[in-house]
Design a protein around this ligand. Structure first.
Ligand SMILES: [Zn+2]
Length: 539
């Protein structure tokens, strides 16, 4: 192998820096290079385009990858890495491996379908064909390179490196990764948090990790948010209330849910409510092949799931119907009332939930119950914001349904829990890097850590593609050369989503004008405004 030797230990932030997706750290050390996570960028278009660009490193020079967990924003570029020439082992827990068995092929399938749609459009516009980032088959192949690793056990992923996985309490199989890398003086001790779970969580123990570190790399997703702390029972009570009110309203209840973890939490809670006759015998349709596979993985790992009540199976109930085939999914839209339909995607950006929304949103009796975070600009966020018309598959759909949400389901630690987790890691002698959070969340968490006694000079908020030299003495040096995004601000602004929302607003506003003449005038005014903009005369 042709390896460039460095005497420094360096970490390059290749994703989830100032944003929450695309997690990837490149660690270069005297004896080689490895990655922690290799995640897909999601959300704003400028970020998603990074998925199509070549990696800013030589994939063949990477010795191994260590994965914190199965979410695709942490693992979804693994097949691309292999296609680019990486042929080393990928270390992960067995839970992560079993989830990825379905999630990576599913992600490949999504890439293929998105590109197919794009190519149909490009063909019409006379533009070039594009290739998918990777295919379903690539996803299936990639899983074979995973080497499973138990929690709490040191292992040597590559020469000069020792690693140990800790329960992160985030999703099935999730881990924080402790690393020791040999350096000139003594091994450097670091910890990569991965995503950290909350204190009160179904199925998993509270997050755990070592103390006494040189460097800490920690997530800050909810660095600026505190949730009301609810017990699992109180949360189930809240779900019961929402479901009863939804059934009372006389329509169907749609629950957009993420396939992994959230769906299983819902099935578990609804199963208990049905068993205790807290709900009438309502049929629950799980309409997502990926969620069904993920549920099977949870069943395989039932022994590791920490639950006080496991009365007769965690996720099975005679009233649960698992829908695999697309035609059975379509048939669900014949029902106009009394069904609970759980379908992905969780933010309504893709998947079967969009068909069900189209079939149910216009009915005032219907309920859409959100149980997860809705990213700004997503269809889910627009519904939550109270938009009266939304666009689905290019059509305008009136929103008359009841839009409800439960905030108590989360796989992430909130601000207070992040501060507590960080405090328990002390002392961290050399540096704390806040990653996996929007800029505001990073900044707020930083202030809170300082207020809790952290030395402000030790806390860093790295930018995408920044490199830091991890020394054991002196100042921590960092450099930003050839960043892939010139301006990080574009991460948070997505004109495409704003445009979609604007189109709906525009058509509403035009409809509300008194007559065609005023509509004509308004459009003319808008046109001349845009003309002036083109000539640089506005503002
Ligand atoms: Zn995650």
């Amino acid at each position: 192998m042709n390896k460039k030797l460095t005497t420094n230990v360096e970490v390059k932030f290749l994703g989830a820096a100032g944003t929450v997706t695309g997690s990837c750290y490149l660690i270069s050390h005297p004896q080689g290079k490895f990655l922690i996570d290799c995640g897909l960028f999601q959300g704003a278009k400028a970020l998603r385009e990074l998925n199509y660009q070549p990696f800013p490193f030589d994939a063949r020079s990477i010795d191994c990858v260590l994965l914190t967990h199965a979410h695709v924003d942490h693992s979804g570029l693994i097949p691309k890495l292999i296609n680019a020439g990486f042929d080393g082992p990928i270390f992960a827990t067995s839970g992560t491996r079993d989830l990825l068995t379905y999630m990576l092929p599913d992600s490949g399938y999504i890439q293929e379908s998105e590109v197919e749609r794009l190519n149909r459009r490009n063909l019409r516009r006379g533009q070039k064909r594009v290739e998918p980032i990777y295919t379903k088959a690539d996803g299936e192949e990639a899983v074979k390179n995973i080497v499973t690793t138990p929690y709490d056990t040191w292992f040597e992923p590559s020469p000069g490196v020792r690693a140990r996985l800790w329960n992160a309490g985030h999703i099935l199989g999730s881990a924080s990764i402790e690393i020791e890398v040999d350096s000139d003086e003594r091994p450097i001790k670091m910890l990569f948090s991965g995503d950290i779970g909350p204190q009160e969580k179904a199925f998993h123990d509270v997050p755990d990790a070592p103390t006494d570190l040189d460097y800490l790399f920690m997530e800050s997703t909810y660095g600026d948010r505190d949730r009301e702390d609810l017990t699992l029972e109180a949360r189930r009570e809240l779900l019961k209330k929402e479901l009863l009110e939804g059934l009372e309203a006389g329509g169907n209840i749609l629950i957009p849910a993420f396939a992994v973890e959230r769906t299983q939490e819902l099935l578990y809670d609804i199963g208990l409510l049905l068993k205790d006759k807290d709900l009438p015998p309502v049929t629950v349709y799980l309409d997502s092949p990926l969620a069904i596979r993920a549920t099977e993985v949870f069943e395989m790992h039932a022994e590791t799931l920490h639950e006080t009540e496991r009365r007769g199976g965690l996720f099975r109930n005679p009233k649960f119907k698992f829908i695999n085939r697309a035609e059975d999914s379509k048939a669900l839209d014949r029902f106009t009332s009394g069904a609970i339909i759980i379908a992905a995607s969780g933010m309504c950006e893709a998947g079967r939930i969009r068909y069900h929304l189209k079939a149910n949103l216009w009915r005032p009796q219907s309920t859409v119950l959100f149980v997860g975070f809705q990213a700004p600009g997503s269809l889910g966020a627009m519904l939550q914001a109270g938009n009266k018309v939304v666009r689905i598959h290019g059509e305008e759909v009136a929103v008359r349904a009841r839009i409800r949400k439960i905030d108590a389901y989360s796989a992430h630690a909130d601000q207070q829990e992040l501060v507590q987790w960080a405090s328990q890691r002390m002392p961290v002698k050399r540096g704390i890097f806040l990653t996996h959070g929007e800029v505001m969340a990073q900044a707020t968490l930083r202030d809170h850590l300082v207020a809790h006694g952290c030395d402000a000079s030790l806390i860093f908020t790295p930018r995408l593609d920044e490199t830091v030299v991890l020394s054991l003495k002196g100042k921590v040096h960092s450099a930003l050369t050839n960043p892939r995004l010139e301006d990080q601000a574009i991460i948070t602004q997505d004109w495409q989503n704003e445009y979609a929302a604007f189109l709906v607003d525009l058509s509403n506003a035009l409809r509300e004008l008194p007559n065609d003449f005023t509509r004509h005038r308004a459009l003319k005014d808008l046109q001349s405004f845009l003309e002036r903009g083109k000539n640089g005369k506005n503002g």
